[in-house]
Design a protein around this ligand. Structure first.
Ligand code: ATP
Ligand code: MG
Length: 213
């Protein structure tokens, strides 16, 4: 039996938006993946901002956003934990639960690849999964290609650079818009917008926003 090819879409998803969904769908079809598993980060090691949603809300929003695509699944493997989670540990656990999977594709935007060498045990991680690095507005292609070459030569990483439609949407911008009472319609699915509204997320007042791209 030929094993399945599975895409992993990791992210804080605070909140999930059309940039994430479009990226996952583009890579699913380009690489003929059987399934994409969205994994909202538990307690992100890299990020701490004052106006963030909790793990349950981020997971719920991912479930709402992906419900109408039968190829998309959401895993609570990270959000159900209370301690800081690292991708390498998640991938190890996940591989045990997916014995019929031949290849794991870790899907990222270009900004995530530029920071890959700050991830725990990244030298080992790049040997366990293939990476897909998608273009993202604001991220310099030359820098991305340099980083990809470096990771390939030094650690034997397999990283495909993919060109996807440019959507200059970020969760940081969405949180800021909610906070400033600006519209977020058409930036993310209506179901997620309604969830944000009903739970009163991202309303906390603060003078300054830090870009956490
Ligand atoms: P934040 O502003 O809070 O960092 P974000 O919009 O960057 O949020 P993340 O949850 O950090 O979203 O991103 C998850 C993954 O999706 C990352 O690999 C990121 O590069 C990618 N990604 C997010 N938005 C886009 C986009 N508009 N185009 C391409 N890739 C994206
Ligand atoms: Mg980000």
């Amino acid at each position: 039996m030929i094993g399945r090819k599975i895409g992993i879409m990791g992210g804080t998803f605070d909140p999930i938006h059309y940039g994430h969904l479009m990226l996952a769908e583009q890579i699913r079809t380009s690489f003929h993946l059987d399934e994409i598993i969205f994994i909202p980060v538990g307690k992100p090691p890299h990020k701490a901002h004052f106006n963030s949603a909790n793990q349950v809300d981020r997971y719920e929003m991912a479930v709402l956003a992906t419900g109408n695509n039968s190829f998309f699944k959401v895993s609570d493997i990270e959000t159900k934990r209370t301690e800081t989670t690292y991708t390498i540990d998640t991938i190890r656990l996940l591989k045990k639960t997916l014995p019929d999977c031949d290849e794991l594709y870790f899907i990222t935007g270009a900004d995530a690849i530029l920071l890959l060498d700050s991830w725990k045990n990244y030298e080992e991680l790049v040997k366990m999964v293939r990476f897909v690095a998608a273009t993202r507005p604001g991220i310099d292609l030359e820098r991305l290609n340099d980083k990809v070459s470096e990771l390939t030569i030094k650690y034997g990483a397999v990283i495909d650079v993919c060109y996807i439609p440019a959507l200059a949407i970020s969760s940081t911008d969405i949180r800021r818009r909610v906070n400033e009472e600006k519209s977020i319609r058409y930036l993310l699915p209506e179901s997620v917008e309604a969830y944000i509204e009903s739970k009163g997320l991202y309303k906390e007042h603060h003078d300054q926003y830090f870009e956490v791209l």
